[in-house]
Every structure is written in structure tokens, then in C-alpha cells.
Design a protein around this ligand. Structure first.
Ligand code: SAH
Ligand code: SF4
Ligand code: F3S
Length: 439
């Protein structure tokens, strides 16, 4: 028997890439590959890349430079680039780094087995189509191995919003939703394999409108159906756009106990002038009113958001409006980024904010966010929460998992196994995690 070929995948960017990397590993599993955690041991290295900011894209080229010498040590090694850099830059990647054998865009992963055969035969392979066929349907035949208790499930891909700064509508294409029956089948299969929490993924997941038994279904309807799946205890979804938070989805946060009290709802800026230039089609005020409605049905919900500082022509007053919005919302988590020019997007044409000014604003915003984050973590001390146990902690007897609010929780002297949902009391808030004891 020949020994299996080894596959090393490195994933950058968002959770959708994490999900895609799992699917690619499974697709290549059918070609006799098993995964390795050691790039030096691999016959195929795949970088699943992100194009969202310039730094993210440049990281890929420096990684390729580091990996190239491995080809001299192992003449059988093939190197592939997948994901959003593959989609955005295509052939240019092979020109810049000739060690690359294969370039595959996010909509073509089901064609990987054929592409692999091509590179094994000594050719290069490039596919950045947006094919008619449904890649999810062609990525079937997954192995039945046990899985970790928390899993991602992509239900929607692509984006039609065209925010002025963003590459996603170009790299992932138009908004497409998977039919509800396929999502439910995949969820049942995940549960059979030990999964108890599913995070539904989409670049714009609350715009979900997959085919259902009685016409198109909303995300709220899909969540309600998923909540009926026996053994599925927790549901989350990400990432959402404020304009697609419909009444039914807001209400679901109060009605569906399986829907966890955590919501990532990016706003990007607190200035209406900037929001307009960003083509966000919501205002700071409409966003705040939306959060009020969500908090009315689920008062303990923890909110998270994304911010861009230093968007072209952002003034001190615009930035102060962002700070004001953050003070009002008090996010449990928030991710903030310095604006990065992306070629081909409308904002790329506009005058930049001075880099030092943008840096200073970013620091100021991050300090405020961190302060709120700490306060909210601190306010958890003494509270009872339930933790989905995901793995053993560093110290003996300790287990690590996530609360319903997505806080990382260490349980001391844990009397719970992986996959259990443990009732605990928080006894200490650390910088990035909470410590708890059993009730
Ligand atoms: N679909 C999601 C997230 C997309 S990308 C949404 O609509 O919010 C994740 C985050 O990256 C964005 O929310 C935004 O804050 C940030 N981002 C996107 N393009 C960027 C750019 N050109 N420069 C800096 N940050 C950017
Ligand atoms: Fe990008 Fe805007 Fe679409 Fe989010 S909604 S993926 S930020 S274009
Ligand atoms: Fe990055 Fe593409 Fe996700 S650009 S954030 S990997 S959709």
C-alpha cells in the first residue's frame, strides 16, 4: 500500500475561510490526502488567503517566500493559493511567485481534485471562475469522523452591498443562499458527529434567503428550524448587516432559547457623513435604535462590532462621532482597523487621512473598546453561565470552553467532558478569559 499524501493548509481571514479549509481538506481527502500540521512534511501546501486589507494580502507573499525552499527538499511538493487573494490576483500570483503550482478562487473548490491531478502531472492549474454549479453540492462525501463540539456552517456567500472600501463583493461574488434543506441536512450530520453548537456563516448572513418548502426562507425561519434539530443546543450567526436585521430576526433573539445572546453587528463609523460615503445605507441613529430593539427582547445580549478609522476625508468631528457611538453602545468585543486602500474599490480614488492621525485615532478607539471589554468581563464575576466544554485547559483538571456570551471560560476541577454544557459560576475575570467553578 502506498502511504497517504500529506496536506498542510494554512488559513487566513474570516471564519468562512475556516469552513472552506475544512471542505478543501475533505475534497482532497478523496484524493488520498491526510492533513499534517508540519509544512515541511507536506506533499501539498495550500494557503487559504484573505484580501480584506493590504497587510493581509502581503502576508501571503512573504509566507510563499518562506515556503519556497521546501520545494528543493521535497521535489514532490506542490504549493497552492486559495481564497480571496487567489480570486483578486489570479495569475499575478504565479508571476510574482513561480513556486506556486495552483491558484483556486473561493467558488471553485469542488474542482480541486481535478486541479490536483493536473499539478501532479507537472502542469500549473488556475481556476477563478464563478461557476454555475453549486460548489457545496459538489463538496459532498465528507468523512464521518467525530468533530469538535462547536462548528461553522456556511449558509450564504457573497455580498451585494458594495461598501466603498470593501473587496468582498469582488472576491466572493454576488449574494447566494444555500437551500434550507441542505443546511438542515448538514446540521444534522454535524450533530451526529458530536457537534452541539453551530455558527451559521455568511458575508452577509442575515440577508439569507435560501429556498425552503414554501418559498424563500429568512434567516429567522432557518434558525427556528435548526433549533428543532435534536442535540443541537446552541446557534449563532455571523456576520450581519444592520439593514438586514428584520423584525423576525430581532424577535428570534427573545424567542429561541438556542439562539445565543451574542451578536456581531458591524457599524464601521459613528459619523453619518462617513457612513454615507462608505455606502453603508444606515445612519448612526438608525443603528442605535436597532440595538435598542434587540436589547429590549434580550437585555443581556453582548454586542460586538467592526470599525474602520481613517476612512478618506474623515475629520476629527467624524472620529469623535465614532467614539460617541462606542460610548453609547459599550461593546463586549469590537474589532477596529485602520482604513486600507483596496485597488478597484470606489474609496480608493479618494484623498487619504494623514497616516499618523489615523494611527492616533485607532489607538484612542482601541483603548476605549478595551476599557468597555474589561468592564463587561469584570461584570461577569459572580454570575452563573453555561459553558460548552471544548477542550482540556493547561492546568490539571481544568477544562476550557465558551459561555453563551462567547467568553472563553476556564473551569477549575472540571467535572465535565468535552461536548458537555456545564453550569458554572464565574469567580475571576482575566484579560482574555474568565475563570469559573462548578455550581
Ligand atoms: N461582511 C461583513 C464583514 C466584512 S470584512 C460586514 O459587512 O461587516 C470584516 C471587516 O473588515 C469589516 O467589517 C471592516 O470593518 C473591515 N474592512 C473591510 N474592508 C476594509 C478596508 N479596506 N480597510 C480596513 N478595514 C476594512
Ligand atoms: Fe464588505 Fe460591506 Fe459587503 Fe460587509 S456588507 S462584505 S463590509 S461590502
Ligand atoms: Fe478576507 Fe475574503 Fe473573508 S477577503 S475576510 S477571506 S471573505
Amino acid at each position: 500500500m502506498t502511504s497517504p499524501k500529506k496536506l498542510f493548509i494554512k488559513t487566513y481571514g474570516c471564519q468562512m475561510n475556516v469552513y472552506d479549509s475544512e471542505r478543501m481538506a475533505e475534497a482532497l481527502g478523496g484524493q488520498g490526502y491526510v492533513e499534517t500540521l508540519d509544512a515541511a512534511d507536506a506533499d501539498m501546501i495550500l494557503l487559504n488567503t484573505c484580501h480584506i486589507r493590504e497587510k493581509a494580502a502581503e502576508k501571503v507573499y512573504s509566507e510563499l517566500g518562506r515556503l519556497k525552499p521546501l520545494k528543493e527538499l521535497n521535489p514532490n511538493l506542490k504549493i497552492g493559493v486559495a481564497g480571496c487573494v487567489a480570486q483578486a490576483e489570479g495569475e499575478e500570483i504565479m508571476r510574482r511567485q513561480p513556486a506556486v503550482d495552483l491558484v483556486v478562487g473561493p467558488q471553485s473548490y469542488h474542482r480541486l481534485p481535478q486541479m490536483e491531478a493536473r499539478v501532479r502531472a507537472g502542469h500549473t492549474a488556475l481556476d477563478t471562475d464563478f461557476p454555475e454549479e453549486d460548489k457545496f453540492e459538489h463538496l459532498k462525501g465528507r468523512p464521518k469522523a467525530r468533530r469538535a463540539p462547536a462548528a461553522f456552517l456556511t449558509v450564504q456567500e457573497g455580498c451585494d452591498k458594495f461598501c466603498a472600501f470593501c473587496v468582498v463583493p469582488y472576491t466572493r461574488g454576488a449574494e447566494v443562499s444555500r437551500p434550507a434543506s441542505r443546511v438542515l441536512d448538514e446540521a444534522r450530520e454535524l450533530v451526529e458527529r458530536g457537534v452541539r453548537e453551530i455558527t451559521l456563516l455568511g458575508q452577509n448572513v442575515n440577508a439569507y434567503h435560501g429556498a425552503g418548502p414554501k418559498g424563500d426562507m429568512t434567516l429567522a425561519a432557518l434558525i427556528k428550524d435548526l433549533a428543532k434539530v435534536d442535540g443541537l443546543e446552541r446557534i449563532r450567526y455571523t456576520t450581519s448587516h444592520p439593514n438586514d436585521m428584520d423584525d423576525a430576526l430581532i424577535e428570534a433573539h427573545g424567542e429561541v432559547p438556542e439562539l445565543m445572546p451574542y451578536l456581531h453587528l458591524p457599524v464601521q463609523s459613528g459619523s453619518d457623513q462617513i457612513l454615507k460615503r462608505m455606502n453603508r445605507s444606515h445612519t448612526a441613529e438608525s443603528y442605535l435604535r436597532l440595538l435598542e430593539r434587540i436589547r429590549a427582547v434580550r437585555p443581556d445580549i453582548i454586542l460586538s462590532g467592526d470599525f474602520i478609522v481613517g476612512f478618506p476625508e474623515e475629520t476629527d468631528a467624524d472620529f469623535e462621532a465614532t467614539m460617541e457611538l462606542v460610548r453609547e453602545v459599550r461593546y463586549g468585543y469590537a474589532y477596529s482597523f485602520k482604513y486600507s486602500t483596496r485597488p478597484g474599490t470606489p474609496a480608493a480614488e479618494r484623498p487619504l487621512v494623514d497616516a499618523d492621525v489615523a494611527d492616533a485615532r485607532l489607538q484612542q478607539l482601541q483603548a476605549l473598546i478595551t476599557e468597555h471589554q474589561r468592564d463587561i468581563q469584570g461584570s461577569m464575576v459572580g454570575r452563573e453561565v453555561s459553558v460548552l466544554v471544548e477542550r482540556a485547559g493547561r492546568e490539571p483538571g481544568q477544562m476550557l470552553g465558551k459561555s453563551e456570551y462567547l467568553h472563553a471560560v476556564h473551569i477549575d476541577d472540571a467535572k465535565a467532558a468535552i461536548g458537555d454544557i456545564a453550569k458554572v459560576r464565574i469567580v475571576e475575570a482575566k484579560t482574555n478569559s474568565l475563570r469559573a467553578v462548578h455550581l
